[in-house]
Design a protein around this ligand. Structure first.
Ligand SMILES: Cc1cc2nc3c(=O)[nH]c(=O)nc-3n(C[C@H](O)[C@H](O)[C@H](O)COP(=O)(O)OP(=O)(O)OC[C@H]3O[C@@H](n4cnc5c(N)ncnc54)[C@H](O)[C@@H]3O)c2cc1C
Length: 302
């Protein structure tokens, strides 16, 4: 049962932050409610005031420029359908299409996903390969920090109680980048997510820069510099030759715990398997082949 609460619907960030500052511990931001209302129904959270961020001016905007900016109240569905997202990062639109289920996608927001910092998130993992930064706003002003600093651990962020997440800014990969996101899950939320982007060197036949992020197995998603280094400079035609070394480096970099999603050993082994798969798909895309997604029937490939 939900305890009674007051719903505030501010129209500006200043108003919303003023409410958060004034109401203190009794108030929480509220977007799509897909996480928040679950916690409240379970009695794990009992706020007296919900500050609805969906009407805050600018929070529902998707804009481009030097970077692609997604307002905090942009829904997964809006990401999936946005022409701007499609133009600058088609893979992001494809990943949004596979988040949760249609009910969650229609109301769940990008900001709610990142602010909740559930380790089983697709967005945070993919965003790490897009050098994401988040913008936080409060009565004290605005600040921007890298997503790696924002997500501190499982359900833990650098957000102060009087701050709102206003937007996330992404740096789209250079054209010609071959990228994929592969996820696997046995429950509603993903058990594993692998994001891989192979940016080409100027000449085009080699990898100039590789970005690999692993999510859902550790308390927070992370890039894997050792695996990225192993891919840098490799000829596109020889990418599959280094798949074993890259998969090993990725499996060695994670530090999973036993939980309902599986044992630590299982998760580590799955990281190796799925990094290999992601590399096979990205390598095929880099060569211009049709990606072999159909060979991985139990995984979602974007
Ligand atoms: C059944 C199910 C399956 C799911 N599967 C996936 C999946 O496959 N992949 C995936 O990535 N995610 C998945 N999710 C997570 C889903 O993406 C999130 O639930 C959703 O995006 C959260 O957004 P929301 O707007 O509903 O947040 P809310 O529930 O409204 O808020 C979540 C938290 O964020 C805070 N918050 C919200 N907005 C802001 C803001 N602007 N500033 C500061 N704090 C804020 C709230 O106070 C609350 O603590 C799943 C969720 C469910 C319920």
């Amino acid at each position: 049962m939900l305890r009674p609460f007051a719903l505030h619907r501010p129209g500006t960030a200043e108003e919303a932050c003023g409410l958060l500052a004034r109401l203190g511990d009794d108030a929480v931001p509220y977007a799509g409610g897909t996480e928040l209302l679950l916690l409240m129904k379970l009695g794990l959270l009992r706020p007296r005031h919900l500050i609805d961020v969906k009407r805050v001016a600018g929070f529902d905007a998707i804009t481009d420029g030097a970077r692609l900016t997604l307002g905090a109240a942009v829904t997964h569905r809006a990401v999936e359908r946005s022409p701007l997202v499609g133009r600058h990062c088609a893979l992001l639109a494809a990943v949004a299409r596979h988040v949760a289920n249609v009910r969650v996608r229609n109301v769940g927001t990008v900001g709610g996903n990142l602010a909740f910092a559930d380790p089983h998130s697709d967005l945070a993992t993919l965003f790490l390969t897009l050098d994401a930064t988040v913008e936080l706003v409060s009565g004290r002003g605005r600040r921007e920090l890298p997503l790696t600093d924002f997500v501190r651990g499982a359900w833990e962020t650098a957000r102060a109680p009087d701050e709102l997440l206003a937007s996330v800014r992404l740096t789209p990969w250079p054209s010609g980048t071959a990228a994929t996101y592969v996820k696997f899950g046995v429950h509603e939320r993903p058990t594993l997510g692998v994001a891989l982007a192979l940016c080409r060197a100027a000449a085009g036949a080699r990898v100039g820069e590789a970005r690999l992020a692993i999510g859902c197995v550790d308390a927070r998603p992370a890039r894997v510099p050792a695996a990225e280094a192993r891919l840098t400079g490799v000829a596109v035609a020889e990418l599959e030759d280094v798949a074993g070394a890259v998969a090993e480096a990725a499996a060695a970099a994670v530090d999973p715990a036993d939980d309902l999603h599986g044992s630590a050993d299982y998760k580590r082994a799955m990281v190796a398997v799925f990094v290999r798969r992601a590399l096979r798909i990205a390598a095929a895309r880099a060569r211009g082949d049709v990606a072999p997604a159909a060979r991985f029937p139990h995984a979602v490939v974007a």
